[in-house]
Design a protein around this ligand. Structure first.
Ligand code: SAM
Length: 350
């Protein structure tokens, strides 16, 4: 295992058994070797910069019923909200002033925010902030809808595949959602020229180390530009309320392995990671992550975007806490970059 960590040919994966052993190991020395290699790899591509994205959670209405998610349609405990176009523009204005050059519009699959309305939003954002990237993360849509948003100026799209195993997908989602359609969406997004992010939850119910090995193989094959991965955290009003959360150590191992197999990937230290551990963001960066996504949503609504229990949304998880985030990154030898932070790989590699 050590030889592979020290000399992974870019993008290579170790044999299945070795990969599973690596995912399961608690050997401190081996793990510090893994994290050090992941850091070197990210530094070769992105230096010690940490890119920031301003996250605008603009609606928590959702037509879907994903079993793990706190904003699922049938959760009657969720207080629903939808930001207006003007509120979204105000969030972006504040973010721009704070130094953000990427806005991520994330939400449930809200039928009110249809193709036309999101298209209008993208156009307005690109017109007012031409030097900024716009990332969309609003779930599964038709190719035509994705095409229109791309034409309106959207640069990136985040759609976690959630699991690379269709059977496991069926355990996490109701029958009307299909793994095949997720894959269709991801392929359409890539073909339309978006910088595409996929990803999965670590420790989701029913997930084994063999599933995680499969995730890594899937990523190597799909070659996304971004990977969003964080621990699964139970939410009290879902059918997985009594399940245990994904662990810090497994999440860090997955981050480092993703960095080794996709050296130039944009890899966030997620809010979920910052939620399960107070120093989760720092540990994520030290395991190879290079992106942080502070929250720009107005405080009152932020509280209602309850994907899981006790979601961190203050301090350095909040856009207004950027100074704190900068200080925390500097303490570990990294610095927050003011750049847009696009993917830096070879175009013809994708
Ligand atoms: N509706 C869009 C979509 O489906 O891509 C974006 C919003 S969705 C809530 C964003 C991500 O939150 C999901 O892809 C899922 O991985 C994550 N998520 C939802 N519930 C979670 C939980 N209980 N623990 C950790 N992550 C969760």
């Amino acid at each position: 295992m050590r030889e592979w960590i020290e000399q992974p040919a870019a993008g290579d994966l170790p044999p299945e058994k070795e990969l599973i052993n690596l995912l399961l190991t608690e050997d401190e020395e081996l793990l510090s070797c893994l994290y050090a290699r992941a850091r070197r790899m990210r530094e070769e591509h992105y230096g010690r910069k940490v890119y920031i994205r301003g996250l605008i959670e603009f609606t928590n209405f959702c037509r879907n019923n994903c079993y793990y998610c706190g904003i699922r349609r049938d959760n009657k405990q969720t207080e629903r909200y939808r930001l207006s176009e003007q509120q979204i523009m105000e969030c972006a204005q504040e973010g721009y002033f704070l130094g953000f050059r990427t806005f991520v519009l994330q939400g449930g699959e809200d039928p009110w925010y249809n193709t036309e309305r999101v298209e209008r939003l993208v156009r307005m954002l690109k017109e007012h902030f031409p030097d900024c990237a716009v990332t969309l993360s609003v779930g599964e849509c038709s190719r035509e809808t994705y095409r229109r948003w791309r034409e309106a100026g959207a640069d990136r799209y985040l759609l976690r595949h959630e699991t690379a195993d269709p059977g496991h997908y069926g355990m996490l989602h109701p029958p009307e959602l299909s793994w095949e359609n997720r894959m269709r969406c991801l392929n359409d997004l890539k073909e339309l020229g978006y910088q595409v992010g996929c990803g999965f939850m670590v420790g989701s119910p029913g997930q084994t180390a063999a599933h995680l090995a499969r995730e890594l193989r899937f990523l190597k094959e799909f070659r996304p530009h971004m990977v969003g991965l964080g621990p699964f955290i139970p939410q009290k009003d879902t059918k997985f309320a009594q399940e245990t959360a994904g662990t810090l150590s497994m999440t860090l191992k997955c981050l480092a392995l993703v960095r080794l197999i996709l050296p130039d990937v944009l890899l966030p230290a997620t809010t979920a990671l910052g939620t399960i551990a107070g120093n989760g963001t720092e540990l994520g960066i030290l395991a190879g992550a290079n992106v942080v996504m502070p929250n720009l949503t107005p405080a009152e609504e932020r509280r209602k975007y309850t994907l899981y229990d006790h979601k961190a949304c203050t301090g350095s998880e909040a856009a207004e806490g950027l100074a704190e985030l900068k200080g925390r990154m500097e303490k570990i030898g990294y610095y927050v970059s003011a750049e847009r932070g696009d993917w830096k790989g070879e175009k013809n590699d994708v």
